[in-house]
Design a binder for this molecule. Structure first.
Ligand code: SAM
Ligand code: DTB
Ligand code: SF4
Length: 327
């Protein structure tokens, strides 16, 4: 099959179908790099005709001490990563950080907690935080671990716009990375979020030793979610000393870009976020990710949850040099 035919098939699929197969996703990964980028950019322009970058600021509102065993995570209590558990941040401290983020130009404020799941006793504090963010006129996003149906409704009632809960990898690879909760647990929380009427932010991590088929399968699960998800964070593993993945060799940067490009083609309507790992990427590699379809970043703080993120001035300079408008 010629590349042109493949391109046409995927364009057609994008318009008329919502279901992707592993074979179709793998066929995209196997395209010559220039052809893949061409297809991704074609889809990107159709759905995002203006070159814009959505800026989200991320804050860790509850550091460390997590009971889970996610092999990548510096906040899991069982790994010796030098992180000391702290209590949930106060509403006032969170508001101050959100004000600074707004001042720096971010439009969404994302908050993460090192929890396995949300506990009902924390709901009053969390909903108070959401209301403060909304009062600042920013979009709000939380990632707090698993949610019940009722908890999702409580967050929605407080005005939460997005909930982030990642599937992290393919169903097949998942068990090699996490044993303390299942892939289906994750899907159930995502269903609760969607049924409560919030927007879904869901993605994963690459560079954990997974195969290309795993990357394809992860994207198939994400792309086949109905209704289509709004936000897809693609994280490059940040290997952290003390975690089981600390010695994971770096992946080929072009394979990382391929993952972004395939995500863009399979989820044309979503904001694809170039998430963890940007601090180690050159400006040129990030530009390639943006051409491949990434149009959201974490911006405005030099840490993500515990690891580094580029400084504001570097991001502003990069986006200005590329002529990309920040929204
Ligand atoms: N505890 C909640 C949970 O796991 O659902 C929310 C916070 S958790 C840290 C959010 C996401 O951060 C994880 O699902 C994972 O995708 C990402 N993450 C954590 N550590 C990472 C690392 N070292 N490199 C890349 N991404 C990472
Ligand atoms: C997501 O997908 N990436 C962010 C956010 N959602 C919460 C977290 C990245 C964490 C990177 C490792 C760290 O800083 O601890
Ligand atoms: Fe806990 Fe989330 Fe880290 Fe897993 S990713 S160990 S659930 S904080």
């Amino acid at each position: 099959m010629s590349h042109t035919t493949l391109c046409e098939r995927h364009q057609e699929k994008m318009t008329f179908h919502t279901t992707w197969t592993t074979e179709q996703a793998l066929a995209l990964f196997e395209l010559p790099f220039p052809e893949l980028i061409y297809q991704a950019q074609t889809v990107h322009r159709k759905f995002f005709p203006e070159a814009t970058m959505q800026l989200s600021t991320l804050l860790n509102i509850k550091l460390g001490g997590c009971p889970e065993d996610c092999h990548y995570c510096p906040q899991a209590a069982r790994y010796n990563t030098g992180i000391k558990a702290e209590k949930l941040m106060s509403v006032d401290s969170v508001r101050a950080q959100a004000e600074a983020a707004k001042e720096a130009g971010a439009t969404r404020f994302c908050m993460g907690a090192a929890w396995r799941e949300l506990k009902d006793r924390d709901i009053p504090a969390i909903t108070a935080i959401v209301k403060e963010i909304k009062a600042l006129g920013m979009e709000s996003c939380l990632t707090l671990g698993m949610l019940t149906e009722k908890q999702a409704q409580a967050l929605r009632d407080a005005g939460l716009d997005y909930y982030n809960h990642n599937i992290d990898s393919s169903r097949e690879f998942y068990d090699k990375i996490i044993s303390t909760r299942t892939f289906d647990d994750r899907l159930q929380t995502l269903q609760h979020v969607r049924e409560a009427g919030m927007k879904v932010c869901c993605g994963g991590i690459v560079g954990m030793g997974e195969t290309i088929a795993d990357r394809a399968n992860m994207l198939v699960v994400l792309a086949n979610m109905e209704p289509a998800i709004e936000s897809v964070p693609i994280n490059h593993l940040v290997p952290v000393d003390g975690t089981p993945l600390s010695d994971m060799p770096a992946m080929d940067p072009f394979d990382f870009v391929r993952t972004i490009a395939v995500a863009r083609i399979m989820m044309p309507q979503a904001r694809v976020r170039l998430s963890a790992g940007r601090v180690k990427m050159s400006d040129e590699l990030q530009a390639l990710c943006f051409i491949a379809g990434a149009n959201s970043i974490f911006y405005g703080r030099e840490v993500l949850l515990t690891t580094g993120n580029p400084e504001i001035q570097r991001d502003q300079a990069l986006l200005a040099r590329l002529g990309i408008e920040c929204i």
